[in-house]
Design a binder for this molecule. Structure first.
Ligand SMILES: *[C@@H]1O[C@H](CO)[C@@H](O)[C@H](O)[C@H]1NC(C)=O
Length: 217
């Protein structure tokens, strides 16, 4: 989740860079404030096109952009994983971004939630399971081996759903599983099968695989 947020904020910073400083939504952000004064002088500088209710400058850069609205048939985009008391953010980030890309690429005809658990349990080069790991290696695992699907804890969704209980959210009423008081979870053992008894696709046919990946600075 952390990586996804970082990615999204980098994207937003990028997308709203140079010419969009005048947008009042970003005036509180000091990094954006440093950019030169804006190209938006009149309403005629903006256009409404593209997905959702995106508004664009005539330069082609959006003032705002919400990928959930741009791709409404891809509910995974708005889905937030709860990693529980496990340092699996690298796996959650890769699984989450892969879910979105599979859906966008298939124009919403495929919309799996990919399994973060498979990455922490089965990708030995990725790191140390619930003790942290590498986002880069997770993407390479997607290229070399591929990911299977797997939803949230108790979701009964996909091939390898998460078996680590979620951390209680800030506004959630008790009893919740507070991760400040629990010990770190053990990394689940790697299974080469779909352990969700209600999921009828085989492990091998459930695998989605990437061709290549590119990490941008
Ligand atoms: C993508 O999906 C939308 C919504 O189902 C549909 O209207 C559109 O024609 C599809 N585009 C392509 C290229 O198949």
């Amino acid at each position: 989740m952390i990586f996804k947020c970082i990615f999204i904020s980098i994207f937003i910073t990028y997308a709203t860079g140079q010419s969009t400083k005048s947008n009042y939504q970003y005036n509180e952000d000091h990094r954006v404030k440093e950019f030169p004064e804006p190209a938006l002088n009149s309403k005629s500088d903006t256009n409404s096109y593209g997905g959702g209710n995106s508004v664009y400058f005539t330069s082609g850069l959006p003032i705002n952009f919400d990928s959930r609205k741009k791709w409404p048939n891809c509910p995974s985009i708005g889905h937030i994983y709860n990693q529980g008391n496990c340092r699996s953010s690298y796996a959650v980030a890769a699984a989450s971004a892969a879910s979105d890309r599979i859906c966008i690429q298939s124009n919403g005809t495929k919309n799996p939630i990919m399994s973060a658990q498979q990455i922490i349990s089965c990708c030995y080069l990725c790191g140390h399971g619930c003790d942290g790991g590498s986002l880069f290696e997770s993407w390479d695992y997607y290229r070399r081996h591929g990911f299977v699907s797997g939803g949230d804890y108790n979701s009964n969704q996909g091939c390898q759903p998460y078996t680590i209980p979620p951390c209680k959210l800030m506004n959630e009423k008790p009893p919740g599983h507070s991760c400040t008081t629990y010990h770190r979870e053990e990394t689940p053992i790697c299974e080469k099968k779909c352990y969700n008894p209600n999921y009828y696709t085989s492990f091998r046919t459930d695998i989605y695989k990437g061709k290549y990946y590119k990490l941008s600075p």
